[in-house]
Design a protein around this ligand. Structure first.
Ligand code: NAP
Length: 243
């Protein structure tokens, strides 16, 4: 996606995947800056460490202390584009109640973004302890409540923030009968084609949002921060198979 964007803008550059051990994160960033890297995306398990080592002007990073993007000019700076990337495809929905499945990093970003956008959030998670501790961590930002079952009654939006769906045949558990016919299903797990969850939702006539929408938007925001120019979203969407 990023290499397609670079080519479309005539920028000479590469976007590389680099695996870094947790204990070597800070040294690795210093090394990459010295090598001339302009910026980076940071994924698990380094998103909190990125917020630790970098300065920021981003209120999201100040609130949740998690960053997914670094800019290595003069000093190491960080921002979180997961949250605005998640919110962009559902910007037209009127805030009501949303069910978030999962309580890991993606669920935290989604739930925080929803609360900030005025939604009430209910969280279901396989491990109750982790689910409840995410609800407690979100308390300063709005109403987040743990739900014992993945039951979407009273919810206009369901967000899958578990990895179930990455593999063909996988699908998170959901009490489908309780789902509002006008509800929206948003699957953060993304693949080259729509996941089982999205296919099932589409068969039931529900509105769906593919996780690649979030992937592209957070990537476009990162591109714009790194290069200070508009990202070619259409090219990026095509690169992930969305158009
Ligand atoms: P994570 O921090 O490892 O969290 C995983 C969550 O899924 C945990 O709540 C875990 O529950 C739950 N889970 C894992 N396996 C499960 C299973 N077999 N049954 C039920 N629950 C299960 O991962 P993450 O970073 O939040 O990522 C979650 C998903 O979001 C991944 O598919 C990732 O690719 C996707 N994602 C997409 C984007 C995007 O741009 N679209 C961005 C970020 C992440 P426990 O607490 O019980 O272990």
């Amino acid at each position: 996606m990023h290499e397609a964007a670079l080519a479309a803008c005539g920028i000479e550059g590469r976007y590389l995947a680099i695996r870094v051990a947790e204990s070597e994160f800070e040294d690795a960033i210093a090394h990459l800056a010295a090598c001339g890297f302009l910026g980076l995306n940071v994924t698990l398990p380094h998103k909190a460490a990125a917020a630790d080592i970098a300065t920021t002007d981003d209120p999201i990073v100040r609130d949740i202390h998690v960053a997914n993007c670094l800019l290595l000019v003069d000093e190491v700076r960080c921002r979180n584009f997961d949250v605005p990337g998640f919110l962009a495809p559902i910007a037209d929905l009127s805030p009501n109640t949303a069910l978030v499945l999962g309580a890991g990093g993606a669920a935290a970003a989604a739930a925080y973004g929803l609360l900030r956008a005025g939604w009430r959030v209910v969280i279901w998670n396989r491990s109750e302890r982790t689910g409840k501790s995410l609800c407690a961590a979100l308390a300063p930002f709005g109403e987040a409540e743990f739900r014992e079952e993945p039951n979407p009654e009273d919810c206009d939006l369901v967000v899958n923030a578990t990895p179930l769906g990455l593999k063909e045949g996988d699908c998170p558990r959901l009490v489908w009968e309780a789902l509002h016919p006008r509800a929206t299903l948003y699957d953060l797990a993304y693949r080259a084609e729509p996941t089982n969850l999205l296919r099932e939702a589409a068969c039931r006539g529900l509105t769906t949002v593919d996780g690649r929408e979030m992937l592209v938007e957070q990537g476009a925001l990162a591109f714009e921060w790194w290069f200070d120019r508009r990202a070619p979203r259409d090219v990026m969407r095509r690169a992930v198979g969305l158009e």
